[in-house]
Design a protein around this ligand. Structure first.
Ligand code: BGC
Length: 769
């Protein structure tokens, strides 16, 4: 088996070094720069009419990215009139230049526009969906992916991206769990900061920097029942401890803008929520940038019950919203509200100032055409280097969920493989959700990737085997864009028959199954999160043959996989890997890269267990084992997930031993070191994410059974032993108590180090103040 690795040995190099990415610096400007900016903006604002100021608060769509029923017409005229501050959903140097010229040459005060887009996991070269990207646990790789996205986006005239999406999600029914980093606030914060650094680089003035927009502020991922746009209701303690940290981490990394979310926060829609947008974001956290609404989220506060469009627009402005995306509530009502005394000139000025400051920070007043270079548009996009990074990132994002009898990696020569499933010879679904600039025609299918690696050395017997789904009503919902999911000409029974025939001729079955592109993402909530029935029927027919089945699983969310876990020999979770999907999958299947991804979201056994997350409270009647009445459990299923947070196998195997603490009694600001020995006992070199969790069993509020506090990704040669050390300080023990005071409380702490959240070595310490 080792021979698979002789072709291309795995050498672990931190991705930051691999890609030679420069260290980021904070965007906080020094005093002189701020003074210069203030003088400039003051001067400009003196010349502006009220209409022109309100115009800066108006963001319109250029039509390439529409997620609501409202769109904007007559953009060119609006730009010349000065009634538009920015455009999103329009890119390409020619189109952007045309609009920028209309603003700079055609409008009275020559104020440049800001150009935004949903660049979520890559712009043209598509990287894995964010949930997959987070499964790398490799911040260097993530930062670099964001940097490439910024380079490609700026090469097409963009200067603002609606990313990172940092909403914590504990509910796999919610389709947008795919766009974030899973359930953990600590990891979520680290990923958020890495993405901001990657987008914004060392200075927003750089030609290849884009301003990040942190979304969706706030708590959008906690929609009740996982139903899109639904109510959110949670305690402040939960908010501060589990949901808010990633937004704050993105802010601390220097993010220039925030997007308000669709949901209510403490009963008030985020977009009109003064506590959220002003008291918390600006006063408590010190945010200096601007806040844009989500797509018509301002108008939607009418349906939330906040009043008519004029009322909600005034409320939103006063709450701290600076820019209105698409809805034109500000444009149509603020002047009247000013005349009627419902908003003040100072309210309008403040929002206008923040938008102008963003443009200033981006250097758009110095050079409105700064990234409009048609040459770059050709040379920077989808380069070999970008594609290579996308492939490497995808390889690192895959999570090996099962590998019985070391069935993987597969042999590169000899024998035969039945390659089946609706996602095996498929380009469109490789990219995943939110890929405005991605061209699926340019993605690599799994069959192509496999052929690149094995050529004719392995016989590949291909059969599609099933439709994505046979359910035509479901299919209709998935087809919000043309031709996203279709029915094959063959009947489902004939397709299964073909797959069985291919399998009969083969030694092993590789089934490429799961969710298609539009099954996750915005407005893609599901009440049943299993693999669609059409594909399950195929898998069940194949399983009868008794041959080993390797499942290559596409998914934008955790799926319920109990049957698959019981019946497949191996499961490799590849999320939606992006442009280089097929190549990355083949590299891993055939052992050129040893999988190292770990789950950032818990996989339930059944949808009935949701919400299911590792950092839960203990309850007063915690369940331990066996069927027990009057404990916190179910009659019909265990409490345990199918795969816990932090879980992921390797082709090698790592053992943990000898957890040593530097002390067991500590005082005040001392540092505790926890060291564990990790040994690679398996036949391959590989990477392992060593995870540190801490539990706080007695405090003034009930605390989670454990919380991730640190992690290290290490590379171990065959047989190598490594001592991995974590330094722990009281900072890591802090939490928000019921008065929302952020501090740590003395007492006992349970230090846990391990390979996933459910498999750790444990030691206890006493820590006094
Ligand atoms: C989504 C945002 C997105 C915006 C603009 C909305 O529907 O919620 O995430 O940035 O559209 O496309």
């Amino acid at each position: 088996m080792k021979k698979y690795f002789t072709h291309k040995p795995i050498v672990y190099i931190s991705a930051a070094i691999l890609f030679c990415f420069p260290l980021s610096k904070s965007v906080a400007q020094d005093k002189t720069e701020t003074a210069k900016m203030n003088a400039f903006v003051n001067g400009l604002m003196k010349k502006m009419t009220v209409d022109e100021k309100i115009g800066q608060l108006n963001l319109v769509t250029g039509g390439m990215a529409i997620t609501g029923s409202v769109t904007n017409n007559g953009i060119g005229d609006g730009v010349k009139k000065g009634s538009i501050g920015g455009i999103f959903g329009l890119y390409g140097t020619e189109s952007v230049r045309k609009m920028q010229e209309a603003a700079v040459k055609g409008s009275r005060l020559h104020i440049p526009l800001i150009f935004g887009l949903d660049v979520i996991h890559g712009h043209r070269t598509i990287f894995p969906i964010p949930l997959g990207m987070s499964a790398t646990w490799d911040l260097g790789i993530i930062e670099h992916a964001a940097h490439i996205a910024a380079k490609e986006a700026t090469a097409e005239g963009l200067n603002w991206v609606f990313s990172p999406m940092v909403d914590i999600a504990r509910d796999a029914r919610w389709g947008r769990i795919s766009e974030g980093s899973g359930e953990d606030p600590y990891l979520g914060g680290k990923v958020a900061a890495a993405m901001v650094r990657g987008y914004q680089g060392t200075s927003l003035k750089n030609a290849d920097a884009v301003m990040a927009c942190v979304k969706h502020f706030a708590l959008y991922g906690a929609a009740e029942a996982g139903r899109e746009y639904n109510t959110v209701d949670m305690s402040k303690v939960a908010m501060y401890n589990y949901y808010l940290p990633p937004y704050k981490a993105a802010l601390d990394a220097g993010a220039g803008s925030f997007m308000s979310s669709f949901n209510v926060v403490d009963g008030v829609p985020a977009t009109t929520n003064k506590w959220l947008l002003t008291d918390l974001l600006r006063k408590q956290w010190g945010f200096k940038g601007f806040v844009v609404s989500d797509y018509t989220s301002l108008n939607e506060t009418v349906d939330h019950g906040m009043g008519n469009l004029q009322t909600v627009s005034a409320l939103a402005l006063k709450a701290g919203l600076d820019m209105d995306m698409v809805g034109e509530g500000f444009l149509k009502t603020l002047k009247t509200s000013l005349q009627q005394g419902k908003v003040t000139q100072a309210d309008i000025d403040l929002a206008c100032r923040r938008v102008l400051e963003a443009k200033y920070k981006l250097g758009l007043f110095d050079n409105p055409y700064k990234s409009l270079d048609p040459q770059k548009e050709k040379s920077e996009i989808m380069t070999d280097a970008n594609r290579k990074s996308a492939r490497v990132t995808a390889e690192h994002s895959f999570v090996l969920l099962k590998n019985a009898n070391q069935i993987l990696p597969l042999k590169k020569s000899g024998g035969s493989i039945a390659l089946v499933g609706p996602l095996a010879d498929n380009k469109r679904d490789m990219l995943g959700t939110w890929v405005i600039g991605g061209e699926w025609e340019k993605s690599v299918s799994v069959i192509e990737g496999i052929k690149h690696i094995v050529g004719d050395n392995v016989k590949i017997n291909y059969a599609k085997g099933s439709n994505i789904t046979d359910d035509t009503a479901f299919m209709k919902r998935l087809n919000f864009g043309p031709g996203m999911v279709s029915l094959d000409k063959q009947s489902p029974a004939d397709m299964i028959e073909d797959a069985v025939k291919a399998a009969k001729k083969s030694d092993i079955i590789v089934a490429v199954v799961g969710e298609s592109q539009s099954m996750s993402g915005e407005s893609s909530s599901r009440s049943d999160i299993s693999i669609p029935e059409s594909q399950q029927l195929m898998l069940k027919a194949l399983a009868k043959l008794g041959k080993p089945i390797v499942i290559v699983l596409f998914n934008g969310r955790p799926l319920t996989l109990t049957w698959e876990n019981d019946n497949a020999a191996a499961i490799l979770d590849v999320w939606a890997p992006g442009t280089e999907a097929g190549n990355a999958i083949a590299e891993v299947l055939f052992g050129n890269y040893n999988p190292s991804g770990k789950l950032t979201t818990t996989f339930p056994r059944s949808v009935g267990q949701i919400p299911l997350y590792y950092n839960h409270l203990n309850t007063g009647r915690p369940y331990s084992s066996g069927p027990t009445k009057f404990k916190s459990n179910y009659l019909d299923i265990s409490n345990d997930p199918l795969y816990p947070f932090g879980y992921g196998l390797s082709y090698s195997s790592f053992s943990y031993s000898n957890l040593k603490l530097s002390k067991t009694k500590l005082k005040g600001n001392e540092t505790l070191t926890a060291t564990v020995t990790v040994t690679n006992n398996g036949p391959y070199t590989g990477e392992e994410v060593v995870q540190l969790y801490i539990g706080d069993p007695a405090a003034s509020i009930s605390r989670p059974v454990k919380e991730l506090k640190d992690f290290k990704k290490v590379n171990l040669q065959i047989g190598e032993k490594m001592d991995v050390t974590f330094n722990i300080t009281p900072k890591q023990l802090k939490f928000y108590n019921s008065e929302l005071k952020y501090d740590w409380e003395p007492g006992e702490f349970i230090i846990q180090v391990g390979t996933n959240s459910a498999d750790t070595k444990t030691a206890r310490v006493q820590w006094v103040k």
